[in-house]
Design a protein around this ligand. Sequence first.
Ligand code: FAD
Length: 394
Amino acid sequence: MSADRPRDADVAVVGLGTMGSMAAWRLAEAGADVIGFEQYGVAHDRGAAGGESRLFRAAYHEGSEYVPMLRRAREMWVELTRTSGRPLFTPTGCLSIGLPDTEPMRNVRASVEEHGLEHETLDPDALAHRFPQHAPAAGEIGILDTAGGMLRPELAVLTAAERARAAGARLLERTPVLALEPENDGVTVVTAERTWRARRAVVTTGPWVRELVPSAEVTPKPIVLTWFAPIDARAYRPEVFPAFIRDTDGHHLFGCPVMDGVSVKAGVADVWPPLPDARALTRDLPENALAPVTHSVERFLPGLHPSPIRHEVHLDGYTTDRTALVGPVPGTPQVIVLCGFSGHGFKMAPVFGSIAADLALHGGTGFDIVRMDPARFTPGAGAARPAAPVPPKR
Ligand SMILES: Cc1cc2nc3c(=O)[nH]c(=O)nc-3n(C[C@H](O)[C@H](O)[C@H](O)COP(=O)(O)OP(=O)(O)OC[C@H]3O[C@@H](n4cnc5c(N)ncnc54)[C@H](O)[C@@H]3O)c2cc1C
């Protein structure tokens, strides 16, 4: 590729799903000239952003170190909800249930104590009395994180893409990127129709990431969502039934209140095996595939008819330590990757959009992303070398 051909954009964003739509928005609002590429349509249902709802929690099973990012994310969701006039974030609270000495519950407690998060601790009796929808198990407590709630993933992606376009980004749908070719001072993006030159590329291709960034240690994994009809839907309204996450006897159950007037979303994680690649996803589940969730619902949510009334299959990209990869690709500082959100990235998406913009435009960010360095899986790569700042055109 000729280096003297003019550049088409400051930053190319590849993959306009959860993180890419947010990155395009934050970059364009920061004044960058942005071109974005999405293999399907914006807010399609084949990636990690489908399935009607996402849990937002600030008291974090995955570790209290996420709390500053989660707090900022909540502020951004509330602001985006207000300014868009769309129900992107619904503050229902989020109830964590489990034995107090398990790792997830210790992390939840550390989150609320270290960061002074507003919460209520419910002993077994209080839990059974206040939330009889959840069948009790001996010794289990509840921690109600009052900052928690539900997000609308498809609407959020659409809104971020709209914001990006309004700020001047060119977003190309049904335009798969076939290859990325780093050059000395930029990147060439190859599509079927033509090539595009940009100073930086932000790669947010989720479970497909290894097609363009083979060094990214990310495995595509299906997550199956299931919806159940309550015997009495009034007991599962958002006002009385918070979003929840529960770890009991090896069952990891999560869910949201009734949003459609008809059904409660309840899913189980970690029961479907990873895929060799994201394109191997099939929505035809084998016979008995829903048995684990049916079993968990029967045992823990006795007010729901245990046979799901519908299900959906989506994908996310997982790392072995369940921590995302965020930063420059080892050896290629002009390509910034954000991927491997391992089943828990949605709630922080606006913050990751800002981080992508910081990294692409300034070569660094004020958020603590050291543990997310993509180089941690690349032997001998050393600490990530940031790219030089890109001066915005506008
Ligand atoms: C069913 C399910 C439930 C979840 N629940 C929660 C939850 O409750 N709370 C929470 O915080 N997180 C949750 N998560 C995790 C969260 O949704 C994901 O971590 C997050 O959405 C990942 O976003 P992403 O941008 O990496 O991937 P995606 O949103 O999939 O975006 C990747 C995009 O890149 C595009 N793309 C890929 N290759 C190319 C290419 N070559 N050219 C152009 N475009 C390309 C894809 O089409 C896609 O649009 C859940 C995930 C799933 C799947």
